[in-house]
Design a protein around this ligand. Structure first.
Ligand code: DHB
Ligand code: FE
Length: 279
């Protein structure tokens, strides 16, 4: 039977890609952020996942404001990376796991979610940056991927409660998957940040700590706030925490924290990294 080895959560700020490209990891601005990653890499080398089920949001690459699925699941054999305008290097193509994607989609629909199924999908910095942080310089990505996109961009957004339930549906699918894969759950984005408008640059350490402190043992606590309240607390792009909430649901009922890092600011973002194992 497949095994869920744990979950890896991280912010996905595009500027991180530029810092990696320039080799700036040891510079004072970047070091406190990159220092969170040796532990992630050691852990991944130890638990050796071969599949990653990844929750993130599309930033205008596959979907724009004219067409925006609430939930989208990749069901392709491959996912090419593309840059939606940050000037980032183009990273390695990711290999998919279409049979597992369809198995997850079937469970979601059975659980009365209605995802858009994407047999053709690109991945943006929301996956390429977390992958490059986890497996820097790898010749090939060591995992096949199932990308799950959540709308954190065009209102109305799905509630935190619904995203947690979506993740739990994915967990249920993984429980009944007959393969022998070692599966890591990945959630990217957040934590608090706002890129636009009067509050551009807004971050909220207290709310981020609330999220980090509760995600492991009481993820339902993160569903207390409405989407508008989360925007108020975390910023317009801080709602990317929805990706973390869904990923936490996919990990399973009980979890324990094995690593965390939190650093303000990276670009306009309160940057966080977290590793959880199923308890
Ligand atoms: C930034 C953060 C993001 O999550 C993103 O998708 C793009 C930019 C930033 O802080 O610069
Ligand atoms: Fe983002």
């Amino acid at each position: 039977m497949a095994e869920i080895v744990g979950a890896y959560f991280t912010s996905h700020v595009p500027a991180i890609g530029g810092a990696i490209h320039r080799g700036a990891q040891e510079e004072p601005y970047w070091k406190p952020f990159f220092d969170g990653f040796p532990k992630v890499r050691e852990w991944l080398a130890e638990v050796k996942p071969d599949v990653a089920v990844c929750f993130s949001n599309d930033h205008g690459l596959n979907f724009f404001l004219d067409k925006m699925p609430t939930f989208a699941v990749g069901a392709a054999e491959q996912y090419a990376n593309a840059d939606e305008g940050w000037g980032l290097p183009i990273y390695k193509t990711m290999q998919g796991h279409a049979p597992l994607s369809w198995h997850i989609i079937e469970q979601m629909v059975e659980d009365e979610f209605d995802p858009v199924t994407c047999q053709d999908m690109l991945v943006d910095h929301a996956l390429s940056i977390p992958f490059e942080l986890a497996w820097p310089g790898a010749e090939e990505w060591p995992v096949r991927v199932v990308p799950i996109g959540i709308n954190t961009v065009q209102h109305p957004l799905p509630s935190a409660k619904r995203c947690l339930a979506l993740g739990r549906s994915v967990h249920c699918a993984l429980q009944s998957w007959q393969g022998a894969e070692r599966i890591v759950i990945i959630g990217t984005g957040g934590l608090s940040h706002q890129l636009d408008g009067e509050r551009a640059g807004f971050m909220n350490r207290d709310y981020d700590m609330f999220c980090l402190d509760n995600l492991t043992s009481d993820p339902d606590a993160l569903t207390r706030d409405s989407i508008h309240e989360i925007v108020r607390l975390a910023g317009t792009q801080g709602v990317e925490v929805l990706n973390w909430i869904a990923a936490r649901g996919a990990l399973g009922p009980a979890a324990r924290e094995i690593h965390r890092n939190y650093h303000i600011p990276i670009s306009n973002t309160a940057a966080a990294t977290l590793l959880l194992e199923a308890a």
